[in-house]
Design a protein around this ligand. Structure first.
Ligand code: G1P
Length: 899
């Protein structure tokens, strides 16, 4: 197996023999909602949502088992049949022999090209697959055939792509019955399917979606005939890898104008026979399309029948995505820089695919979870800070008045839907993320006044933090909390944040940490609803409270002396002596608040001075931090120390030394460090313990936990997973990256670098990770990267590299340069650069480390902007207003001399 290599600075890569690695899939999609996954041999699927799959849905195991694919055959006169994608029985049989055909994959953002050469036939096929960036709902497959042999060759090309055309649910729910709904028709350009109904026994609906597969030869010549039905193509006893129709005369194609009802459909397009002389080539365009009607679909696909049009749109698509990823890096390691391009691209992918719709992500019906929504914003914010403002603002309308939030997120921003399944589940970490994203936004833009903008609160039948249901609530009542008078209630963003944090502060378990409830960040800690507590996220709530106080100071500085909050909220701002320590009192207060706001709010506001409120929040923060420091720091018999992260459903601490071995979890360490609960000495001790108990170089570094060797049914399903997989002890990218981030934040640069380096070294080693460039959700115990592309870790990695390593930090809108690049990260010219957006300007910031100092030893000696010396008044800070004097066009050179 050979590694992939990057062919340009945009991350375009080349890989030989890609089909010799299993489980590989690649995303091709657009922002109109076309979502494809494609394997090196044209497998994968294509859909626009859960109920509109053009190609049948696939899970990871189907990637090697499925015979259905985007196939394109050459019926070669007097010789045999050949699949340009290698999906034939014969080619598969040759895979592990010396007859194996040479293949090469090249891929860039939203496109892949596979070249396959058959020595036997003297033919080379180049198959390009992409989804145009436009509003067209199509996938394009362009096949270029070239005679690379010595003799002329005569062949008949046949595209053969099964048209599934229905909901993913029907893959094993009335698969056959739903084929009876198919209305199939051939037109000159190809084959159309318009199922009569969308099948759902709870209520069938008339179907409105059209599916089609069309094609043309390079000179615009349309297919000569068609195979619109699976049965009439594969023939009796045949299959998609050895179709009967390609042998003899028994199965005949049909002409345009043919109609057939009630069969599995096929996009089978038979083109005119061609003869290619040595060196000659010919190109075919195949278009897989979703439409709203026959004419609409035909007029949408017609331009793509032209080779030139496909070529142009391909170029534009390539450019479009490259421009979208407007962050670039230049370090000593060009491969790392290119690899990071894919990481930057991943949050865009998750915005399109949600957390479903790639082969490993075979769950959910699209959509993202609450925390994913906010974390993806982190990266999008860095690429386009001003554009994210609306999104941030809209998302706050998902917060409930009890501090919990909507969990079903609609496809439009700010659209939250009541859970029809009536699952009452509260994730205790959900309140933490909106603050982190808002804080990054305020840092980047200086727009502290966002906190004073008002928006609504989400309302559905779930009340009192999931403990009660409102039997009277009806969907017609709307998804907004109202005042007693029945008008929509509006509160500031600041108030929303206060609601989230103050309710959490009082929602404690028996050890006075915030209750775990349905789970925290770790979704698989879902079996400790009654008595579980998350020390990890309690720490983070504590720190957020402190930072929120900082925002109040800032508001005051900007002339805002007081803020108004929902009157009921003052219950949670009590200054009564001894409340913080008193668990029962805390719970009572929370209940009192939740009861007061159960169905509606009074609607009046209380005015609080910023300083008064800030003081109150700081006291709470201090309490949380000191409480954790005092109670949760543990030391084992080998003198390793770290923080306990959780309490289980029996009320016991989860970590420490047990009969079955040492138990340590990374999550608690990350948040103890990030929140400032852990002091310097403790951070040092934590890194030593993590190196001892969690680090495993062969699989990319720091695991999520040690092996508990117990099915802990009093904590969560994670213990049911095999050790070393997913949330049970895998190297789980998200937490590993957050560990690095926390270490960098606290200036543990060497240690943070080690975390990222071990992760990157493993993932970029194709032989070990067996995935395309980018960061997957986790690394399994055999070293394979799993759940590629759709993971929150990409956002965190981007943020860490940009804001911590390159030190592009926003401080209330000013650009503060605080690089933490290690000596070895500078290139041979002793430079390292990053391109990024700041103050709506595109900047290239180059650090010049002439004296070759190590991180922590150098300081900023001089800054020039576009060649002119910049005199900074505050150390290392470039004022926003100075940046805004620069032109909005082009890239501005910021050169920073380090000494
Ligand atoms: C996934 C989920 C995320 C969750 C995590 C741990 O991780 O999307 O919400 O917190 O599992 O259970 P991801 O790789 O997307 O970060």
């Amino acid at each position: 197996m050979r590694d992939y290599e990057f062919v340009d600075s945009y991350g375009t890569f080349r890989l030989q023999n890609p089909e010799l690695t299993s489980y590989l899939y690649f995303p091709i999609a657009n922002e109109t909602g076309v979502m494809g996954s494609i394997t090196p041999v044209g497998g994968g699927d294509l859909k626009m949502g859960q109920n509109t799959y053009l190609l049948a849905p696939v899970s990871s195991e189907d990637l090697h088992n499925n015979k259905a694919s985007r196939n394109f055959w050459c019926q070669i006169e007097d010789m045999g049949i050949w699949s340009v994608t290698g999906k034939s029985a014969l080619q598969e049989a040759e895979l592990f022999t010396k007859e194996k055909e040479e293949t090469e994959l090249v891929a860039g953002y939203m496109w892949q090209k596979v070249t396959r050469t058959s020595v036997k036939y003297g033919l080379t096929a180049e198959t390009l697959s992409f989804v145009p960036f436009t509003e067209d709902t199509v996938e394009i497959m362009q096949v270029k055939l070239r005679n690379t042999g010595m003799d002329s060759i005569t062949l008949t090309p046949i595209a053969a792509i099964p048209l599934y055309g229905r909901s993913a649910d029907n893959i094993r729910d009335h698969r056959h019955v739903t084929s009876l709904l198919h209305r199939i028709e051939t037109v000159k350009e190809g084959i159309l399917v318009n199922p009569t109904l969308t099948f759902d026994e709870r209520g069938h609906k008339q179907n409105k979606v059209w599916y089609g597969i069309f094609g043309a030869m390079e000179d615009g010549k349309l297919p000569e005939s068609y195979y619109p039905c699976v049965e009439d193509f594969i023939g009796e006893g045949g299959s998609f890898e050895n179709p009967g129709a390609l042998w003899g005369e028994k199965y005949k194609p049909v002409n345009a104008g043919y109609k057939k009802n009630g069969y599995e459909a096929l996009g089978g397009l038979r083109f005119k026979k061609v003869t290619l002389k040595p060196g000659e080539e010919v190109t075919y365009q195949i278009i897989l399309a979703f439409g709203e009607g026959k004419e609409q679909m035909l007029s949408m696909i017609r331009p793509y029948l032209s080779k030139e049009h496909c070529g142009e749109i391909f170029e534009q698509t390539n450019r479009y995505w490259r421009e979208k990823v407007n962050i670039g890096y230049g370090t000593n390691d060009k491969n790392f820089d290119a690899w990071m391009g894919w990481v930057n691209f991943q949050p865009i992918l998750r915005r399109i695919y949600g957390c479903s719709f790639l082969p490993h992500h075979d769950y959910g019906k699209g959509g993202r979870g609450w925390r994913d929504l906010w974390q993806d914003c982190l990266a999008l914010l860095m690429m386009n800070p001003t554009g994210v403002k609306e999104m941030l603002y809209d998302n706050f309308a998902g917060v409930r008045i009890d501090g919990s939030n909507a969990t079903i997120i609609g496809s439009k921003t700010g659209e939250f839907i009541a859970d029809r399944n009536n699952i009452t589940r509260i994730w205790m970490d959900h309140g933490v993320w909106p603050f982190l994203t808002t804080s990054l936004y305020i840092g980047q833009t200086g727009d502290i006044m966002l906190l004073l903008k008002e928006t609504t609160y989400f309302r559905d039948p779930q009340v009192c933090r999931g403990e009660e249901k409102d039997p009277f609530w009806k969907p017609e009542d709307g998804n907004h909390i109202k005042t007693a008078e029945g008008t929509k209630y509006y509160g500031t963003i600041l108030e929303h944040l206060l609601v989230q944090h103050l309710t959490a502060f009082y929602d404690v378990g028996e050890h006075n940490h915030i209750r775990l409830r349905g789970a925290d960040w770790n979704d698989a800690l879902d079996m400790a609803v009654e008595r579980g507590e998350s020390v990890a996220f309690t720490a983070m709530y504590g720190d957020n409270l402190e930072q929120l106080a900082g925002f109040l100071d800032r508001l005051e500085l900007e002339g805002k002396k007081s803020v108004s909050v929902l009157s009921e909220l003052t219950l949670l701002l009590t200054q009564e002596e001894g409340v913080y320590e008193d668990i029962n009192k805390k719970r009572q207060l929370l209940l009192q608040y939740c009861t007061a706001c159960r169905y509606s709010v009074k609607g009046d506001k209380t005015i609080l001075t910023c300083s008064q409120l800030a003081k109150n929040l700081r006291e709470k923060a201090r309490f949380i931090k000191e409480h954790i420091r005092e109670k949760e720091w543990l030391t084992d018999s080998r003198a390793y120390s770290w923080y306990n992260s959780y309490y289980d459903n029996n009320g016991n601490p989860v970590e420490g030394e047990f009969d079955l071995g040492v138990r340590m979890m990374l999550t608690g360490q990350v948040f103890a460090i990030m929140s400032g609960v852990a002091d310097k000495e403790q951070i040092k001790a934590i890194t030593q313990a993590a190196d001892q108990y969690l680090y495993k170089e062969e699989i990319g570094g720091y695991r999520l936990n040690t092996d508990f060797k117990e099915l802990k049914t009093d904590l969560g399903r994670m213990f049911g997973f095999a050790y070393g997989s997913k949330e049970n002890g895998a190297v789980f990218s998200h937490m590993a990256v957050m560990y690095a981030n926390a270490l960098y934040q606290k200036n543990f640069i060497k240690e943070g670098y080690r975390v990222l380096k071990s992760l990157y070294n493993h993932l970029s080693d194709f032989e070990k990770s067996r995935i395309y460039p980018g960061i997957p959700e986790y690394i399994g115990d055999n070293g394979r990267g799993l759940y590629h592309y759709l993971t929150g870790s990409a956002s965190w990695l981007l943020i860490t590299v940009l804001t911590e390593i390159f030190g592009i930090k926003g401080k209330y809108g000013e650009l503060s340069l605080e690089p933490k690049l290690r000596k070895e990260q500078f290139n041979k010219d002793k430079k390292a650069w990053v391109t990024c957006m700041f103050a709506e300007r595109h900047l290239k910031v180059t650090y010049n480390n002439k004296t070759e100092k190590e991180a922590g030893e150098y300081s900023i000696a001089k800054i020039t902007i576009d060649g002119e010396l910049y005199s900074f008044t505050e150390y290392g800070v470039i004022r926003r207003r100075d940046l805004q004097l620069l032109s909005e066009k082009g890239i501005h050179e910021v050169v920073v001399e380090l000494l």
